[in-house]
Design a protein around this ligand. Structure first.
Ligand SMILES: Nc1ncnc2c1ncn2[C@@H]1O[C@H](COP(=O)(O)OP(=O)(O)OP(=O)(O)O)[C@@H](O)[C@H]1O
Length: 261
């Protein structure tokens, strides 16, 4: 059995009087490809930000890479942060920097290396996500949405983190672009020894990218299981989420593809 790299115990998240998570438990093991799904407003992005240590839960414990975060000192927490790459929903690249400069940013902040070497490392990441070398000197506003998302992944992977977090990575992409992005994620997972955790509403991504799906509802994770099993789960919220024509089409596409479902 792989090591657990994310463990959430009895997490509670509250904004004012709104309780978003309550008694939420979740364990993610090294090497898994996990999606967080659930209805709008169930707190998927909030949970991702808590795991990324960008937001503090109201109560409960987060263990990352086997360490209880609440017992760590600030410098140790920062070290854990660097072990996670995060791709934000809109990419969150700096518009005044080229793609290469954006990818170099995390490297410049944490590595004391000559600039020529940093550039080389950043170029490697650019290639890794399937972007052409000419894209390096373009600005975010000069490239397509698909390229932007790939550049955001390249930046998230700049420091070779073992864990990649992605917030709705295929949102806004056309079907072909989304499928190509999913394929890139699978290749990165295979070749970079990554654990993937993505928030998504993309039913095709659930079938093709993930091997575990954690379903959020009633403030907690109602079930974490492979898609096939999850779809059989009797909880009404899960049944409702998957009982529609779009979900049925995604199932048919997955079943007719060569990939195991
Ligand atoms: N910083 C904040 N302050 C107050 N409320 C917040 C904050 N961040 C999120 N919320 C609220 O928490 C709830 C969960 O938000 P979140 O964005 O995590 O939902 P989600 O499941 O990702 O939704 P969607 O699928 O629509 O993107 C929402 O009601 C949101 O308004």
């Amino acid at each position: 059995m792989s090591q657990p790299i994310i463990q959430l115990h009895q997490l509670k998240t509250q904004f004012g009087t709104q309780v978003v998570h309550q008694q939420l438990d979740l364990t993610i093991y090294a090497g898994e490809r996990v999606a967080l799904v659930g209805g709008s407003g169930t707190g998927k992005s909030v949970l991702l930000n808590e795991i990324a240590l960008l937001l503090r839960p109201t109560a409960g414990e987060i263990h990352l890479f086997g360490e209880p975060i609440h017992r760590l000192k600030a410098d140790q927490i920062q070290k854990r942060r660097l072990m996670m790459g995060m791709m934000f929903q809109q990419g969150a690249l700096f518009s005044s920097l080229t793609l290469l400069e954006n990818i170099m940013l995390p490297l410049r902040e944490s590595q004391k290396l000559p600039i020529s070497l940093l550039k080389e490392l950043a170029m490697l990441k650019l290639c890794l996500v399937g972007l052409p070398a000419q894209a390096a000197h373009k600005y975010p506003q000069e490239i397509s949405g698909g390229m932007l998302k790939r550049a955001a992944v390249a930046r998230a992977l700049a420091l070779d983190p073992p864990l990649l977090l992605l917030d709705e990575p295929t949102a806004g992409l056309d079907p072909a672009g989304a499928a190509a992005f999913d394929q890139m994620l699978l290749e990165l997972h295979q070749h970079q020894n990554l654990t993937l955790l993505l928030v998504t509403h993309d039913l095709d991504s659930l079938w093709t990218v993930t091997n575990q799906v954690a379903f959020l509802g009633e403030g907690r994770v109602l079930c974490k299981a492979p898609m096939r099993e999850l779809m059989q789960h009797p909880h009404p919220l899960i049944q409702h989420y998957f009982s529609n024509q779009r979900a049925a089409f995604a199932y048919d596409r997955a079943a007719s593809s060569m990939r195991p479902v």
